[in-house]
Write a protein that binds this ligand. Sequence first.
Ligand SMILES: NC(=O)c1ccc[n+]([C@@H]2O[C@H](COP(=O)([O-])OP(=O)(O)OC[C@H]3O[C@@H](n4cnc5c(N)ncnc54)[C@H](OP(=O)(O)O)[C@@H]3O)[C@@H](O)[C@H]2O)c1
Length: 274
Amino acid sequence: MLNNATLAFIGSGTMAEAMIKGILNQKLLSPERIIASGPRTERGHQLEERYGVQWTTSNVQAIENADVVVLSVKPQVLPKVLPELLGKVSAQSLVLSIAAGVRIATISKGLSHEAVVRAMPNTPAQVGAGMTVWTASEQTSEEQRGQAQSILGALGEELFVGDEVYLDMATALSGTGPAYVFLFMEALIDAGVHLGFSRRISQKLVTQTVLGSALFAKQSQKHPAELRNMVTSPGGTSAEALYQLEKGGLRTVLSRSVWAAYQKTRLLGGLSDE
Ligand SMILES: NC(=O)c1ccc[n+]([C@@H]2O[C@H](COP(=O)([O-])OP(=O)(O)OC[C@H]3O[C@@H](n4cnc5c(N)ncnc54)[C@H](OP(=O)(O)O)[C@@H]3O)[C@@H](O)[C@H]2O)c1
């Protein structure tokens, strides 16, 4: 679907590298079709050496022949980058932003450009197991949506949503989600250490249990409640542990946390509009 398009990454950090790696691994493009920009030449040399892509310190030069311009800078850097690129993105190009919380209208107005995709990836994208939710402005063509889908698919799974409101929701659920899971893992590892396991063994047990449970849930396509019932024998150890988790309000705490993250996303999105 990328049909030898030229891709420019504005901002060459962790996420840009994950995308470059995924695109090259899946052979969607050859390295010479990719150019990235950023302020630090050491970082540029690193990307050139690792992936053979082109690199420049000039954001304007990076987008010169780009069919797709990926905005992969931090959201707080965008107010500096958008004016720099204003009027310079070709009308036929697609702008794909992964900046958390920044709305399509902000990008569209800031660049005076209509074809914009906004995506919310998450950190497992760094190992090709990401979950990315994305949406597109009405002015994006079918071909451009296909390009976005291919690029984002290189990070793991992708899901198109028809309304930007779902992007804020996804930010709170899948975007922030790895933080919830890592905290849960950390707490379980500590609990294992409390029992008497070494940290190394406890971490191995917990990591594989979380990975295996996620794979089992995905592959069996059963609801987690059904899978949980399968390990909960009447009067057994799981029932005892689950009783304590419910008593401690795990569900309510999780629900409140996700809600708080959603409110914060909307607040930050609103601020970025101003
Ligand atoms: N990491 C995630 O899991 C995740 C998830 C969802 C969305 N996102 C979004 O993805 C975007 C990138 O995140 P990241 O984790 O990849 O951040 P990052 O590693 O900090 O990358 C940002 C890059 O932008 C560069 N930069 C700074 N100022 C610039 C400028 N004026 N022009 C061009 N490049 C500039 C930085 O260079 P220096 O390092 O030299 O300053 C850095 O390489 C963010 O908007 C974030 O909200 C990230």
